[in-house]
Ligand binder design. Structure first.
Ligand SMILES: Cc1cc2nc3c(=O)[nH]c(=O)nc-3n(C[C@H](O)[C@H](O)[C@H](O)COP(=O)(O)O)c2cc1C
Ligand SMILES: O=C(O)C(=O)c1ccccc1
Length: 386
């Protein structure tokens, strides 16, 4: 339960004292500012996608194809944006999607801790990436009282996979999110033209370097032989998961398991039949495959196929209105990706928190204006396809 729209009052009130927000409240200006602020290697990696970035652009453009119709004479004085997920009541329906290079997006190299702090400041859960500049235990600590989930890039070495999952569970993460679409890297011209792949320079590999199984396989401390450590990471990364691996994944943890990267309703159905706890409809922000349909255009079908199992969604969310549209199309919770990273790059934890607050404020005010003060009402009202 939150009055997220109050953030707007605070901005206008500060304005009467001549104070304007440190960061922009809209995505376009934020992106332009972040573009200038990020070092080129981070900028290309974060802003770029696959091929000519058709799918990446379509993800955001796709939201223009849906419109809400306002309802009047509804008492929207108090709004309830809370949801229930993984046995918890969460104050809002948004979460921070995993971003593997957050660690190098702040000058101190501790962007993952700053992201976790933004989560703590806002109550918006962080889906912490396997690719991190700080070990997952430290990232979890920094999330404080806000629940956090661990995103798993499943290593080829089953014992290393088991170790990462066990560490995440022991640390306190409340779900394991298995990303399915990134066992091989998609064709990314911006990074290829610059010959830039941060992981190969040793960035964001701390979850591996701090892992006892990884260290045992390496035979020395990663710091003693960084080149060998990076080489072992290259060998370890990217298990090719198939349906037959789901029982093994299930055996690794008691936590809820989420599958990230499902866009086809048949895949959603099969995952639900296999006992998966939640589906994450996402095309990785157009970073893995170009030429694909906008993720938002598949959401309703995935929801219909999931038979009531919660469907998380991301890819192209840029504003509060995008969040509300995704909810109206049946998403249970909505992931924010690049926008929080841009906030983080501009002003650390405070910058990421600012972006999340803006998105929540817009969603809250939109629900008020549209006469849909609860998420149930948003879903019942739905959206029109233009
Ligand atoms: C720079 C960057 C790094 C990412 N790293 C990861 C990752 O480590 N794990 C993962 O599952 N998804 C990763 N993603 C994908 C996001 O979780 C999310 O699906 C995507 O950003 C959604 O698209 P949008 O940001 O354009 O809305 C990454 C995305 C970006 C932009
Ligand atoms: O950049 C990404 O989106 C990402 O998550 C990733 C991670 C490892 C290898 C390739 C891509």
């Amino acid at each position: 339960m939150g009055h997220y729209g109050d953030f707007q009052n605070a901005i206008y009130l500060a304005g009467t004292q001549g104070i304007v927000p440190k960061l922009p409240v809209d995505f376009a200006t934020l992106e332009a500012r972040a573009k200038d602020a990020m070092p080129p290697a981070v900028r290309d990696y974060v802003m770029g996608g696959c091929g000519d970035e058709f799918t990446q652009d379509e993800n955001a453009r796709g939201f223009h194809r849906y419109g809400m119709v306002p309802r009047m004479l509804v008492d929207g004085t108090t709004r309830d944006l809370s949801i229930e997920l993984f046995g918890r009541r969460l104050p809002s329906p948004i979460f921070m999607s995993p971003i593997g290079v957050a660690g190098i997006a702040t000058p101190d190299g501790h962007g993952d801790l700053a992201a976790a702090k933004a989560s703590a400041l806002t109550g918006v859960p962080l889906m912490a990436s396997t690719l991190s500049n700080d070990p997952l235990e430290a990232v979890y600590e920094a999330t404080a009282d806000t629940p956090a989930w661990f995103q798993l890039y499943t290593p080829r070495d089953p014992e290393l996979a088991a170790s990462l999952v066990a560490r995440a569970e022991a640390a306190g993460y409340e779900a394991i999110v298995v990303t399915l679409d990134t066992w091989v890297t998609g064709w990314r011209p911006r990074d290829l033209n610059a010959g830039n792949f941060p992981q190969l320079k040793g960035a964001v590999l701390q979850n591996y370097f701090s892992d006892p199984v990884f260290q045992q396989r390496l035979g020395c401390a990663p710091a003693d032989n960084p080149a060998a450590a990076i080489g072992l990471w290259v060998q370890s990364f990217g298990k090719v998961l198939t349906w037959s691996d789901l029982p093994w994944l299930r055996s690794l943890t008691k936590l809820p398991i989420v599958l990230k990267g499902i866009c086809h309703p048949d895949d959603a159905r099969r995952a639900v039949d296999a006992g998966i706890d939640a589906i994450f409809c996402s095309n990785h922000g157009g970073r893995q495959a170009n030429g694909g349909i906008a993720a938002i255009d598949m959401l309703a079908d995935v929801v219909a196929a999931s038979g009531g199992v919660p469907v998380l969604f991301d890819s192209g969310i840029r504003s509060g209105s995008d969040v509300v549209k995704a909810l109206a199309l049946g998403a249970h919770a909505v992931g924010i990706g690049r926008p929080w990273l841009y906030g983080l790059a501009l002003d650390g934890a405070e910058g990421a928190a600012h972006v999340l607050r803006c998105i929540l404020a817009e969603a809250d005010l939109l629900m008020a204006v549209n006469g849909c003060p609860t998420i149930e009402a948003v879903r019942a009202e739905g959206v029109r396809r233009l």
